[in-house]
Write a new protein. Structure first.
Length: 174
């Protein structure tokens, strides 16, 4: 996984503008919290940018799903990220942080895990990113190492599996 010491190398305009924002902030002050997350999911927000919400909607309408195996990262549950940010602010330890749930997986592994949890009766097929026309180039591996967050807060965030399970319980209780 990428550490906070690794040199960023954005593949697309979105990543480049995020990096430029980090650079601008770090030049303005030394009292900042720059937070990097990946594969954000939560109950609120737009469904089209939330993989798990899309997956749940697809599973209602489709009996076959093709999910990519060649995109790997660290899911980040909004509840866990928000709490970690609040806890981090309380420490007064400014800097750059990666905040994600612990562990990493491919989109396929994540989908497989979710679909088993919801007892989906359809068929899941592995796919590759090149099978889906998309104008946005995405990194194949973008998992984030959360060091030194664990040392500062005294704990890791829950695993992506625990976070996803909590999300599913909340989603289905709505």
């Amino acid at each position: 996984p990428y550490t906070i010491a690794d040199l960023p190398s954005p593949l697309n305009k979105y990543g480049a503008t995020k990096l430029q924002g980090e650079i601008e902030v770090s030049h303005l002050t030394n009292r900042y919290y720059l937070i990097r997350v990946s594969w954000v999911f939560g109950l609120r927000g737009k469904t089209e940018v939330n993989f798990i919400k899309k997956l749940l909607l697809w599973s209602k309408d489709r009996d076959q799903l093709h999910i990519v195996t060649d995109q790997i990262s660290s899911p980040s549950y909004t509840e866990n990220v928000a709490k970690a940010v609040l806890d981090l602010i309380q420490t007064g330890r400014f800097g750059l942080y990666h905040i994600t749930n612990s562990g990493y997986c491919s989109r396929y592994q994540w989908a497989e895990w979710v679909l088993k949890k919801i007892d989906w009766s359809g068929k899941l097929f592995p796919a590759r990113s090149k099978d889906f026309p998309n104008s946005v180039l995405r990194p194949a591996f973008s998992a984030l190492d959360t060091f030194p967050l664990k040392n500062i807060l005294g704990h890791e965030l829950p695993s992506w599996q625990e976070a996803t399970e909590r999300f599913l319980k909340q989603w289905f209780s709505l």
